[in-house]
Design a protein around this ligand. Sequence first.
Ligand SMILES: *[C@@H]1O[C@H](CO)[C@@H](O)[C@H](O)[C@H]1NC(C)=O
Ligand SMILES: *[C@@H]1O[C@H](CO)[C@@H](O)[C@H](O)[C@H]1NC(C)=O
Ligand SMILES: *[C@@H]1O[C@H](CO)[C@@H](O)[C@H](O)[C@H]1NC(C)=O
Ligand SMILES: *[C@@H]1O[C@H](CO)[C@@H](O)[C@H](O)[C@H]1NC(C)=O
Ligand SMILES: *[C@@H]1O[C@H](CO)[C@@H](O)[C@H](O)[C@H]1NC(C)=O
Length: 473
Amino acid sequence: MGSFKAALTLQTLAAATAAATAVSYAVPTSVGSSGYTFAAVDPEPVGISFEFFAFPSYFTNVTATMQCLANWQALSGTWPPIRIGGTTQDRATYDPTTSAYVVYTVASAADAPTTLTYGPKFLTLAGTYDGTVVVGLNRQLGNLTNTILAAKEAVAGIDTLLALELGNEPDYWGLTAAAEFAQEDDWDIRVGSALGKTNIIQAGTWLSSVSTWGAAELIATENTTARSYVRTYAHHNYPGGTVQSLMAHTSVVSNVAGYDSDVAAAIAVGKPYVFGESNSATGGGASGVSPTFGAALWTLDYSVRAVYANISRTYFHHGTVGNCQYCFWGRYDMGAPYYGATAAVAFLAGASHLTALDTGSSNYAAYATYDSAGKPLRVLLYNSDYFNGTGTRSSSTFTLSGLTATSVKAKRLTAANALSRQDQGSLPTWGGQTYTNGNCVVSGTETYETTTVSSNSATFTLQASEALVVYLQ
Ligand SMILES: *[C@@H]1O[C@H](CO)[C@@H](O)[C@H](O)[C@H]1NC(C)=O
Ligand SMILES: *[C@@H]1O[C@H](CO)[C@@H](O)[C@H](O)[C@H]1NC(C)=O
Ligand SMILES: *[C@@H]1O[C@H](CO)[C@@H](O)[C@H](O)[C@H]1NC(C)=O
Ligand SMILES: *[C@@H]1O[C@H](CO)[C@@H](O)[C@H](O)[C@H]1NC(C)=O
Ligand SMILES: *[C@@H]1O[C@H](CO)[C@@H](O)[C@H](O)[C@H]1NC(C)=O
């Protein structure tokens, strides 16, 4: 009886606290305002990674792919960057004689092949894409001649080629870090010089902790020749966890901050740093986590936090078609995370700078973007309190000060709860709209909320597990 009463009191208190949560943020009136850290925003910060063997299927045999990419091009004016690579890049041999995109056999459609070949058509297919392309080539099998053949064909066939990777997650090859770095430097020089091109390699691509496998450590081993061939340094990142821990703003902040010194090392030698392959959890995703709306909220906060950390681009990985929990889309269904990524693209579109308005120490987040004239463009508000559909959904108020307009409009990212999944019939909405299963066509009426600004302030209400993009121009 006593403990029952105590539990009840705690719950009431918790509910009262949640309902009463109110946060406020001052929006700096221009880039460079003191007390804030500003990051430059890449023109194309949110990208897609396609597992190497599956890339031709995504591009020729999954209807949603082009529409999902085109939706973002329409929002930002830029086709999202893509990267083709992953585990199967190191199982792939280039066959200049095959007329097929890719040749392999698998016991089940859910499997990834253990060996495969690919032909010139694979690379010219990548060359049909108007956005930038990174292609991951094989290093693990050790056939430098074959990789150089493929690299030459990639350079010839892909006008928008940004970089080539030489090997995927070489931290899993059983080499010491010193041996891996020496081999990587050697291949950068050999492939780069065979191509006659500097700034062409996306280096790194490890998954393990940057304390051993980081750009900083690799850079320390590079001479100026090796470094001249590097265009970008990449790391892979799959934070994992439960829906609640994944989407919590404090988790996003600490996960991304773990890369700060590695990012700084790359920037110190004048090269961008990217999350070259990323998503919510390894191995194609976690079934109870990766397809949920909570993972969509993570995708949004994580994409934006990466920009804040000077990580130029994040490539969200897409694996085996039909066996991919974290995929933003598949042949038949949309994944909830597409909505979070789309909100990130909308928030960052055309921005030249970004800052975080919160301290990263609570479930509540706010970011502001700035245009090329240094004026505030948009604000992103995020309530990462977890609501799983049980009990009452709390809400919090977010007050923004420093606003100059008389009213502002906003688009909301929401769903029934953090566990909502489109493939189970519970569709998220972004500005009142949904994306159609099978083809990624937007559906419904685009809806903006309008909020009055008084005394340069406006207050917005966000339910637990919701985000809002406020348009200041
Ligand atoms: C496209 O996908 C379907 C469904 O998995 C498959 O049956 C078909 O063979 C694929 N077509 C091509 C050209 O890959
Ligand atoms: C390495 O690749 C070259 C060029 O494709 C090929 O001729 C050669 O047979 C390959 N070597 C091995 C050991 O597979
Ligand atoms: C740079 O290092 C490579 C080994 O990675 C070596 O072969 C080359 O001679 C070095 N170049 C210079 C200019 O020191
Ligand atoms: C990002 O780069 C800017 C300079 O462009 C710097 O002021 C800022 O401290 C960097 N942010 C982080 C998190 O290192
Ligand atoms: C939701 O969370 C509550 C605790 O807040 C828990 O009792 C319940 O089992 C959870 N429901 C689901 C579907 O995860």
